[in-house]
Design a binder for this molecule. Structure first.
Ligand SMILES: [Zn+2]
Length: 396
């Protein structure tokens, strides 16, 4: 295994015997590679939360009663759970669906799996951290509750959908694929410059499933999880969207077919992953600032090392609002318009409504920040609503 040696020169065997499986996973992990892991330092693994849900704090438990609300404030939930939103939320949802019992999941293995998943997110990433994973898992739950899905999905589909959401950005390094390619990172070589991050998230998730033995008693296929996580590669959005549009035009999505259900799960996960613009302004704005912060952080590294600065990563030529408006126009709106055709519900209309308002608000903030001399016309998008918005943003 070339990547083992290239990650840590001179280390380890390249055999894939069961005894080295754990070691290989650890070496694949950016987090454990870059920040010497507890394991490598010989510190015993500590479980950060007591095992059963009686120990959730009262307020966090209260929030879980409304876990299907589109206004769910995952930032607050993360604070109430002492930074354990991903573990707590996923554990709750799996129990709420009765999946632990149905699939006879070992409670200790499950808990250990979730702890490792949360640990393998990098909480020093401004955006791609465990709170984003918790947010995507909560959004996925909202979509799974939609009648089109709730009436057709099997328990296995639901289990897969929730686990894919929780693990879809596992061990994300906080930089994009382009950065990994131009710095000749071993993962780019390993995955031949194609869906590099998504392949790594998937393989990391499979590593944790094997390490904990969570599904060792089930005939689960890793590829099902993989194809869901791979669908979150934004560069392949047009492929998925064209296929989705074609099915909707022809009215031939048949949810009794396992492959069509799987495709719908892929679309649901894609929507969950990029649903930030569809959340209420106060939540959406925070996500926008975080993701832009991560882009700009990458741009700073690129500039420092005299690499070409990526298109969204230059803090001198971009603003949060500009990036958001373009993202909504070219990526989010086309996707959510089709999703609303497929699932024409109150939630879909609410999401489109929020996106329209958020776009207008960023437009308004952009205008306020444009110097008077450069201002072509003092009218246009979002002028009135901007007055209602909190002023300013960190990056701009
Ligand atoms: Zn994501």
């Amino acid at each position: 295994m070339l990547y083992v040696c290239s990650a840590r020169p001179g280390c380890g065997s390249s055999s894939a015997s069961p005894g080295t499986e754990r070691r290989v996973h650890r070496l694949l992990s950016f987090q454990r590679y870059l920040h010497s892991s507890r394991l490598l330092r010989g510190i015993t693994q500590q479980i950060p939360l007591p095992i059963l849900d009686e120990d959730y704090s009262g307020q966090a438990r209260c929030m879980l009663e409304k876990v299907g609300s589109w206004n769910f404030d995952v930032f607050l939930f993360d604070r109430l759970t002492n930074g354990n939103s991903l573990i707590t939320l996923t554990f709750h949802l799996l129990n709420q669906y009765g999946l632990v019992e149905l699939f006879q999941l070992d409670m200790v293995k499950l808990w250990r799996f979730l702890v490792l998943v949360q640990e393998d997110y990098h909480n020093d990433n401004p955006y791609h951290n465990s709170v984003h994973a918790a947010d995507v898992t909560q959004a996925m739950f909202c979509f799974l509750q939609e009648p089109m899905l709730a009436n057709s999905l099997t328990s296995y589909d639901i289990l897969l959908g929730l686990l894919a959401a929780a693990t879809h950005d596992l061990d994300h390094p906080g930089v994009n694929q382009l950065f990994l390619i131009k710095t000749d990172h071993y993962l780019a070589t390993l995955y031949r410059n194609t869906s590099v991050l998504e392949n790594h998230h998937w393989k990391s998730a499979v590593g944790l499933l094997r390490e904990t033995g969570l599904f060792s008693h089930l005939p689960a296929d890793d590829r099902d999880l993989g194809s869901l996580i791979l669908a979150t590669d934004i560069s392949r959005q047009n492929d998925y969207l064209s296929r989705f549009r074609m099915h909707l035009d022809q009215g031939n999505l048949c949810l009794s077919s396992a492959s069509h259900r799987h495709f719908v799960l892929q679309m649901a996960l894609k929507c969950a992953d990029i649903c930030n613009p569809c959340r209420p302004w106060e939540l959406s704005k925070q996500w926008s600032e975080k993701v832009t912060g991560e882009f700009f952080q990458q741009g700073d590294i690129e500039r420092k090392h005299k690499l070409e600065v990526g298109p969204l990563c230059d803090r001198e030529t971009n603003t949060v609002g500009k990036i958001q408006i373009d993202f909504m126009t070219y990526v989010a709106e086309p996707l959510f318009a089709e999703w609303a055709r497929f699932s024409d519900t109150c939630l879909s209309q609410t999401m489109l409504g929020h996106m329209g308002l958020n776009k207008a608000s960023w437009g308004g903030l952009q205008q306020e920040q444009t110097p008077v001399s450069e201002e072509a016309e003092p009218s246009a998008a979002g002028g009135s609503s901007s007055k209602e918005m909190p002023q300013g943003s960190r990056e701009s």
